[in-house]
Design a protein around this ligand. Structure first.
Ligand SMILES: C[S@@+](CC[C@H](N)C(=O)[O-])C[C@H]1O[C@@H](n2cnc3c(N)ncnc32)[C@H](O)[C@@H]1O
Length: 337
């Protein structure tokens, strides 16, 4: 399901791997263009539905995949359909996320671009966590934050308003800032929201900020994230220590410290694939990651490290699982097959 299909670009992508594609839009013209996009590209025709959000598919079943690049812009009024959700604040994105839960098959994914408000006196992460529907795991990545003035300028320019009469431009700009002030909005976050219907008793909801370049496309990385969530949920600390891990491909170690110093001040593991994450580790973490080729269990590796550094192996086994968990969660280590 591609919700708010516009030119049909995402329906076209979906047609490459889905047996059936439904595309919706509030604007009937968009549906005509989507039909044209698919036909010109030799893709199978999609089921095209006119209407708002999930309304046009209300009587249909559930989906394996829902994608949307919705009209997420937070603006005063609903002047431009391509951009303005028209529900006030970030309510359109919230509604989309909340309603997606009931529309997914078990194991199905929903993936949205979205904007969200950073409101005075509220943690933005809490706002997003409150959107996640029951029965879904979620991975939410904030890619960028703009203060309200930058944001208003960006979207006025996007709509070509900067070329209009300066008095009119100023009035629009003021209306935008007045709206933000009334809602106590300080800035606006932009990012990706991915849901997976898991029906897990303890859903995993990861809300994080990662503004750095990533390796596109990220489809495999997204799937791997949720696979790791399943793995970690099913393995307590004892099971982690009995597990075997391999270092993910193209992870390197970086060390920072004074020239000639015996020990580095910081050791960082850095990925060159996927999210291209970097994380600080201690010498045990770095040594552990370096040895992970799937041969020895995590516990056996820690015992060997304990012997090398002269630490009590019981204490080391006690304190290290949280670090291993983090390295697995972030994709530096993968459970060996
Ligand atoms: C940002 S555009 C995205 C278009 C296209 N999916 C893309 O990624 O390029 C948002 C689309 O959502 C449509 N739209 C606006 N309000 C909507 C609503 N309430 N329900 C469904 N679609 C809506 C607009 O007409 C527009 O085509």
């Amino acid at each position: 399901l591609d919700l708010g299909t516009g030119s049909g670009i995402q329906a076209l992508h979906a047609a490459q791997h889905a047996t059936r594609v439904t595309a919706t839009d509030l604007n009937p013209r968009a549906l005509h263009i989507t039909a044209l996009t698919l036909a010109l590209s030799g893709a199978p025709a999609a089921d095209l539905r006119e209407g708002s959000l999930f309304e046009p598919v209300a009587d249909d079943g559930t989906y394996d995949l829902i994608v949307s690049n919705p009209p997420f812009v937070i603006s005063p009024g609903a002047r431009l359909t391509y951009r303005d959700g028209g529900m006030g604040g970030d309510d359109l994105c919230r509604t989309l996320v909340q309603e997606a839960g009931d529309r997914l098959n078990d194991g199905g994914y929903a993936q949205f671009l979205a904007n969200w408000q950073h409101v005075e006196g509220e943690e933005w992460q809490d706002r997003l966590r409150s959107w996640v529907p029951r029965g879904c795991d979620a991975w939410i990545v904030q890619r960028e934050v703009q203060d309200v003035t930058q944001y208003a300028e960006l979207w006025l320019r996007d709509a070509g308003d900067h070329r209009s009469d300066p008095v009119e431009y100023q009035a629009r700009y003021d209306a935008w800032l007045d709206e933000f002030e009334a809602r106590k909005v300080k800035s606006v976050g932009f990012g990706w929201i991915t849901l997976r219907k898991s029906a897990a008793a303890q859903p995993s909801v990861v809300v994080e900020e990662w503004p750095h370049p990533v390796e596109q496309p990220l489809g495999d990385t997204v799937r791997a994230h949720f696979d790791r969530v399943d793995y970690l949920r099913a393995h307590d600390d004892a099971a982690l220590l009995a597990g075997h891990f391999v270092l993910a491909g193209e992870v390197v170690q970086e060390q920072v410290g004074l020239p000639g110093a015996e020990d580095p001040e910081h050791v960082v593991l850095r990925q060159h694939r996927g999210m291209r994450r970097a994380t600080k580790v201690d010498t045990v973490g770095a040594g552990f990651a370096g040895v992970c080729d799937g041969t020895l269990s995590a516990g056996r590796i820690l015992d060997a490290i304990a012997q090398l550094v002269g630490e009590d192996p019981v204490l080391l086994r006690d304190r290290t699982p949280s670090q291993i968990r983090l390295l697995v969660e972030q994709g530096f280590l993968e459970p060996a097959r």
